[in-house]
Ligand binder design. Sequence first.
Ligand code: ADP
Ligand code: ZN
Ligand code: MG
Length: 476
Amino acid sequence: MDNTWEPVIGLEVHCQLATATKLFCGCANTFGEEPNTHTCVVCSAQPGALPVLNQGAVKHAVRACLALDAEVSEHSVFARKNYFYCDLPKGYQISQYDRPLALGGGVALPDGSRVRFERIHMEEDAGKAIHDRGSRTLVDLNRAGVPLIEMVTEPDLSSSEEAKAFLVALREILRYTRVSDGDMEKGSLRCDVNVSIHHPNTPFGVKVEVKNLNSIRHVGGAIEHEIARQTEVLEGGGRVVQETRAWNPDRRETSTMRSKENAEDYRYFPEPDLPPLVLARDWIEDQRTLLVELPAARRSRFQGELGLSEYDAQVLCADRSVADLFEGTLALGVAAKDLANWITNDLMRALGERDLELEDGRLSAKGLADLVRLVQEGTIHRSAGREVLGSMLESGKDAATLVGELGLEQISDPSAIEALCRTALLGREDVAAQVRDGKLKALGALVGPVMKASQGKANPKEVRDTLLRLIEDAAG
Ligand code: ADP
Ligand code: ZN
Ligand code: MG
């Protein structure tokens, strides 16, 4: 018998849908605004107020299900999940229970393995309880009624590394399809992890659920801590108790929240105020045809058709806007490899330095193509090009205009370059002699000062040629 402990992990991921309005009312779906400014009779649960399903949210949810390869049901049913907490004014959450929006589906990991979904369903978010100074709890209902999908995986994962890779791949798909911004810091994507350990070829062990992890790092930490804790319990002859635990990121450990509630505790029943959600097969298939190419397919196309490296394809495809910019610029006749360098190095750095996402910047494909050409034609240096790129992101002006405004035009005028070279040669007969002896490397001692004197604007090839000519002329 194999006595090693094998972890078994399943995730329940909640994702806020990027709709304009909430799931059952017309309130704006916003984040980070003044508390309780986006509420109405429906989402604050006034007596007699009735929910009306947001069609846009259904579209987002179906798009997610299709992108995740799940089987969308033509008939799903909203249900009430009853529990009491101050952030849930109705006393129940409208969710889906035995008839979820979709079954099956999955996400491929970079190593080729696949994590399957049990189900994907729609539900509404609760409000936010803010525990203020430990003495009182304040409630913000702006989040109450925001549309969510919950994606429940099969227990297919076996390490924290796999769980993290899964979340990265899942988030990428949700962002690509514009289902969600997938921002874990803002709570758009939240994850509960279920962890157990067992010996291979024996039944699964008792699972523990760790709730409300809001970063991929915390997911990894919670899983690792649970594996270690459960191993210690079992090796010490104890038993793992089925329960819900919380992750404490400062102490890097989990602790008991409550013993596991059963489904009966929620007293699920069909939502009487909403009809079943009925979707025509044709409509579902129409949504499928509207799906964009997903990141994994795009990466392999970039490698196969354009001959890009795995790394370049990875960086370019991680963000749909970046990949779109790449393809848009490519279509304007810029060479793939050169363009990939510009984007993966220079553009990524420029965005990082400004803490910008590409969508927030003002760079167009035409703008980028013009810039790459200015450098190729030698009008400006590559290093000047970087500076222009940063300004383009901020101002949205075209490259040629910025070259003029920033005074970055390369000096190619022979007489100007010759004058600079003559100055650099003064008193450097030692270097000239070395160059005449065939030590061309020595020339660097002169090129540097010329470039400096020109503030980096001299064309370096012309500087070298001119210096060589002057040195030879002096010898002759
Ligand atoms: P519950 O009835 O507690 O909701 P489910 O069977 O619905 O449990 O599973 C919830 C999540 O827990 C799923 O992601 C599933 O993959 C995972 N899971 C189920 N059994 C185990 C187990 N023994 N160890 C780890 N994860 C598990
Ligand atoms: Zn409302
Ligand atoms: Mg369950």
